[in-house]
Unconditional design. Structure first.
Length: 328
């Protein structure tokens, strides 16, 4: 059964059936498809937001759903160092959805497109029981797109934004009575960050050598980057950027910071490999150095207070606020 093998193995099976083509500049299996069309580098991705799997209607207004659907899809464009230019939307909608809700969903999507200087150029409509929003985004890159396979031994691992707040927000939305401080964390889940301008500049200036977005959790996605780059990776948990409210949410949810920050997912921040130091303009965006690539075979080691651990061995009382400065 496909449910027994996991996403990575299914993606590997897809790759074995995919045809190679001279216009495909990065092999299938990265964050997005990269094509050379004439003298231009085109980056194409598709993503789905399905009711009951990715969201519940009570978690988002229709306009928030439209906005979020674009941001989630465009995150893969960011990870390739490209700018989103065009979008297509394939909507599955139940017949009992109100016309006003449909209009608001479209208005939210169009607002997200406008904020990104992206144009909606087409799509499809289909009737179904639950809402499904399928977004294709086409981006352009001013230079060779980034892949997750470009990291080298000695490169530092950097991350944009704060980690774990989106996972906390998602769990708080599911809580019967979320605490009064929940709103900033919930908004982190409802409205993923926009990192494409930053990543485009990192790419065009030759600063980043590899990148990918964090959709499935820091550990999972960092492991994918390490394997793709044929390197090992050491991540220092003491240096992870974390929202001030995430520890309180972890206590309320009766979980650990480790589960939210390292395993939680849906951050849609960007991991990238780069030099030991970055230009001042990049540091001013709040990026944080959290690890280093080493020669190896894809193994990820987590450092915590000077000790090394594997993924399942981090102490449940992990509290990075004792040794680093959180971010908001």
């Amino acid at each position: 059964m496909v449910g027994d093998v996991g996403e990575d193995q299914l993606l590997s099976l897809i790759s074995t059936h995919a045809q190679t083509h001279s216009e495909l500049t990065i092999p299938i299996g990265d964050d997005a498809a990269c094509l050379t069309v004439g003298s231009e580098s085109m980056v194409v991705t598709v993503d789905a937001q399905l009711e009951g799997q990715h969201f519940h209607r009570e978690w988002l207004s229709p306009s928030q759903l439209g906005y979020r659907a674009f941001r989630v899809a465009a995150s893969d464009i960011s990870a390739m160092g490209a700018l989103p230019r065009w979008a297509l939307m394939s909507l599955q909608i139940p017949p009992d959805l109100s016309v006003q809700s449909f209009e608001n969903l479209m208005a939210g999507f169009q607002k997200a497109c406008k904020d990104a200087s992206t144009t909606l150029v087409g799509g499809n409509l289909a009737k179904t029981k639950n809402i499904g929003v399928h977004i294709t985004v086409i981006g352009q890159s001013s230079s060779a797109p980034l892949s997750r396979a470009g990291a080298s031994a000695g490169d530092s691992l950097w991350v944009t934004g704060a980690l774990g707040s989106a996972a906390a927000g998602r769990h708080l939305l599911a809580a019967a009575e979320p605490p009064d401080y929940s709103r900033p964390l919930i908004e982190r889940w409802q409205c993923p960050p926009a990192r494409w301008k930053l990543c485009d500049q990192l790419c065009s200036e030759g600063i980043a050598s590899a990148a990918m977005d964090i959709s499935d959790g820091l550990y999972t996605d960092a492991s994918r980057m390490a394997r793709a780059s044929s390197q090992s990776l050491e991540i220092d948990l003491d240096h992870l950027p974390i929202h001030l409210l995430t520890p309180r949410a972890a206590d309320f949810l009766e979980t650990t910071l480790y589960e939210l920050v390292v395993r939680g997912g849906e951050d849609y921040e960007v991991l990238f490999a780069g030099p030991e130091t970055l230009p001042e303009w990049a540091m001013a965006t709040g990026v944080r150095k959290i690890g280093r690539f080493k020669p190896g075979d894809g193994l990820v080691t987590l450092k915590y207070r000077g000790s090394e651990f594997r993924a399942g061995d981090i102490p449940t009382g992990w509290d990075p606020f004792e040794v680093s400065d959180p971010v908001i």
